[in-house]
Ligand binder design. Structure first.
Ligand code: CTP
Length: 401
C-alpha cells in the first residue's frame, strides 16, 4: 500500500511512545510520503530531534520561531495533505479539543485544512477518565479521525487500553484511507503556461527574457500529482518534465502561445498562466539576417496579445483562471489591478525585490491574491513547495464556490 507523494505533518507529543516515532517516520517515508515533524518540548525528552531529522530528511520544528526566522504554521498547513499526531498525549488532546494554542504543534493544528489523525497514548486510567472521553468526543465531532489505542502493557506497569497503535498499524491506516480517496483534482483538465517567449527579429536573433520555466513546470507536476490531466504550453525551456499525465505543447512566440492556449481553454477547468510572455514583438521579422551598417538601429515593436486577459474575457463560471504578476514596485497594488483588469480568480505575486525569488532560482517567495479580497503571503519555499501551496489554495477556492 502506498502513500506516494503524500505530504504528512507528524506531530509528536510527550509520551513514552514517542520513542517509536523514528520507526514510524521511516515507515511513512518508505511508503512514499514526505514527512515534516513538529514536536512539543516534552516530546524531545523522549525522542531525539536529530534522529527524527535524519529519518525525515527535514528539520524538526519545535518552536514558533527558529532563531531569526518565524516557523510559518499557516504555510505548513497549506503544504500538508494530512496531519498525524502520534503519540497524542492526554494534555495535547485537551488542548486540541479546546482551541488552546500555546505551542507550534497546536498552532499548526488550528490553522490546518487537511484531515487530522490522532493516535492517543496514555495510561489506562487517563484514557478512561471522563475528561479524556469528553475531549475525544469533541475532537471527533470536529471531523478529526482516531487511530484506536492498543491493549497491553503500559509504561506505568499496568496492562490495559491506552497504548499507541504500532507504527505499522498507523502507516496502514493512513495508506488505506488515502487508497480509498479520490485524488482532489482527478477528472479535471488543467492548462499551464511556462517559460519565456522568443520574438524573432530576423532568422538568427530574437527578443526574449530570463524565465526558465521552473515555476510553471512545478505547477504542472503538482497538478498532475493531485490527479489533473495537464496540458503544459511551454516557450523555449530546457527542463525535463517528469510527471505522468502532462502533455507538453512546445511553442516559441507569444502568438503561438496564445493560439495553443485558446485551442485547449474550452476543455480546461483550471488555467494557470505562469509564462513570462513578451509584451512587445518586432513589427516585422526580417527574412534575411540584418547586416551591421549604421551606428544606430531602431526596431519598431508592437504589442502582443495578452493571453491572460483574452482568456478572462471568455472564462466560464466553472473555470478557474490564475495569473502571475511580476512586479518591482507597488507590488500589491499592481497585482490587485491585474486581478481585476484581466478578470482572473487569483494572482500569484512575485516580487523581484525578494532574495531567492523570481527567474532561475529553485526557490520562490510569493503572495497569493484571490477575488474575494484574501491575500496570503507564503515564505521562501522551493518552487515545488510553492506550487503545492498554490494548488491547494486553488482547490480550496474551487470547493468554496
Ligand atoms: N500575460 C499574458 N500575455 C501577455 C503578457 C502577460 O498572458 N502578453 C500574463 C502572464 O503570463 C502573467 C500575467 O499576464 O500571468 C501578468 O504578467 P506581467 O508581465 O506581470 O504583467 P503585464 O500584464 O505584462 O503588465 P506589466 O508588464 O506592465 O507589468
Amino acid at each position: 500500500m502506498s502513500l506516494s507523494g503524500k505530504k504528512i505533518i507528524l506531530g509528536i507529543t510527550g509520551s513514552i511512545a514517542a520513542y517509536k516515532t523514528p520507526h514510524l517516520v521511516r515507515l511513512l517515508v518508505k511508503a512514499g510520503a514526505e514527512v515534516r515533524v513538529v514536536a512539543t518540548k516534552a516530546a524531545t525528552d523522549f525522542v531525539s530531534p536529530l534522529a527524527l531529522a535524519t529519518v525525515s530528511k527535514n528539520p524538526v520544528l519545535t518552536d514558533m520561531t527558529n532563531g531569526a526566522e518565524w516557523n510559518n504554521h499557516v504555510a505548513l498547513g497549506l503544504w500538508a495533505d494530512a496531519m498525524l499526531v502520534a503519540p497524542c498525549s492526554a494534555n495535547t488532546m485537551g488542548k486540541m479539543a479546546n482551541g488552546i494554542c500555546d505551542n507550534l504543534l497546536c498552532a499548526v493544528y488550528l490553522s490546518l485544512r487537511c484531515p487530522v489523525w490522532i493516535a492517543p497514548a496514555m495510561d489506562e486510567d487517563m484514557w478512561a477518565h471522563p475528561s479524556t472521553k469528553a475531549n475525544l468526543g469533541k475532537l471527533l465531532s470536529y471531523g478529526n479521525r482516531l487511530i484506536p489505542v492498543g491493549n497491553g502493557e503500559l509504561a506505568s506497569g499496568l496492562s490495559g487500553p491506552g497504548r499507541m497503535a504500532e507504527p505499522e498499524e498507523i502507516t496502514d491506516h493512513l495508506a488505506k484511507w488515502f487508497g480509498g480517496q479520490k485524488l482532489p483534482l482527478s477528472g479535471l483538465n488543467a492548462l499551464v503556461t511556462a517559460g519565456p517567449t522568443f520574438e524573432k527579429i530576423d532568422p538568427v536573433r530574437f527578443i526574449g527574457n530570463f524565465s526558465t520555466g521552473k515555476m510553471g513546470v512545478a505547477l504542472a507536476e503538482s497538478l498532475a500529482e493531485k490527479g489533473a490531466s495537464v496540458t503544459l504550453v511551454a516557450g523555449p525551456i530546457h527542463l525535463a518534465i517528469t510527471g505522468k499525465n502532462i502533455k507538453l505543447v512546445q511553442v516559441e512566440s507569444a502568438e503561438e502561445m496564445y493560439n495553443a492556449c485558446h485551442a485547449s481553454f474550452a476543455e480546461c477547468d483550471i488555467a494557470i498562466l505562469a509564462a513570462a510572455v513578451a509584451d512587445y514583438k518586432p513589427a516585422d521579422t526580417a527574412t534575411e539576417k540584418i547586416k551591421k551598417k549604421d551606428q544606430e538601429l531602431t526596431l519598431k515593436l508592437v504589442k502582443t496579445q495578452d493571453i491572460l486577459a483574452s482568456l478572462g474575457k471568455i472564462k466560464r463560471h466553472d473555470q478557474s483562471l490564475i495569473g502571475f504578476a511580476l512586479e518591482t514596485n507597488n507590488e500589491l497594488q499592481h497585482a490587485a489591478q491585474k486581478l481585476e483588469q484581466k478578470n482572473a480568480d487569483m494572482i500569484v505575486l512575485n516580487s523581484l525585490k525578494d532574495e531567492g525569488a523570481g527567474f532561475g532560482h529553485d526557490t520562490n517567495k510569493v503572495t497569493v491574491l484571490t477575488r474575494n479580497g484574501k491575500t496570503c503571503a507564503l515564505p521562501l519555499l522551493s518552487k515545488k513547495e510553492t506550487a503545492d501551496a498554490i494548488i491547494n489554495q486553488i482547490t480550496e477556492m474551487r470547493n468554496a464556490k
